[in-house]
Design a protein. Sequence first.
Length: 373
Amino acid sequence: MILLLYGGDEAAIRRRLRELKAEADGGTGMLLHNLAELEGRDLKPADVVAPAMAPPFLAPLRLVIVEHLLARYEPRGGARGARAPGAWAELPALLERVPPTSLIVFLGRPFLAEQQMRQVTDANPLVQLLKKVPGAQVEHYPALAKLQDRQRYIREEAAVRGIRFRAGAPRREELLPGEEPPPETDPTAYLAGILGGNTLLIANELDKLALWAMGREVTVLDVMRVCAGEREPDHFRMVDALMDGDLGTALEMLRRRLALGESGQGILGAVVERYRSLGALAALIEEGAPEADIDKQLGNVARFANLKQAAIQRARRHGTAAVREAFAILVEADRAHKTNEMDEDTALEAAFARLAALAPVRGPLAAGRGGRR
């Protein structure tokens, strides 16, 4: 059996994956012996089919989960366009041999690419190819792009948790000193506006509201007090802390992102992109490039004097040599996770500790000078 499970609704995808694992286990407790999780970035077509050919051991199904393969073929727009299936064109014929006692799940979670969160879509050429396999099933859980869809989702999930919302503007006497009420008067609309379409984040915030309210009605003031401070991703502040040697802050933000359901691979990708930009800036400084070239590299950051100065100081502290070390650390973290030497969270935390150590041991470079001290 073949199943394509993809889209931007990560909460729904995770829920469905739990159901599939329970189905494969069938109450036997033997899932561990019948589960193969494959990293799709380095696979060949035969590697997908091989673990599915053996019969399940004392369980109803053998479950094979292939992750990150669909994302490789997702169109990114621009000149690059979509990748052709290439060698993967032979996969449908191989999949036809899979026995009915095995289930192969091609998993397409939301992923980070070019500093943007993306999702696997129906336009994916590999999705189109796999759909042609006889008996293949498709389950697409798209992101909640429209505001009304997010509001409906929030109402449904809130009802499951026993949350009752009460609309209405707060009275002045209900506000604490220094508080300003939000423009929304409907808690559902307020949540939909500040949390976007991240279903894992929505679930997390609703869980907190349910504990906070303890059965009473939830107002916009409750949402403002309980959900404030975790509305936007902390990627930039998290990596800034790393580059400044502030390991405690960086780890706190890392654990927050992981607790909110963000994938370790997505976080790793965000860190890599920031160090890539840092390396380009450090190279310009070491070459004595004119300010115009530095401003071009910084982009919008160059418009703000304090942000520009902070970025330049970080580039001078590290230099291109330290940035190369940083990339080696990030590659090692990725390898340690993929080879099962460390679990993903531990590999990330170990990498963060080593990255933070690169910053404080190096003093600022004089303008225009480069290399290691």
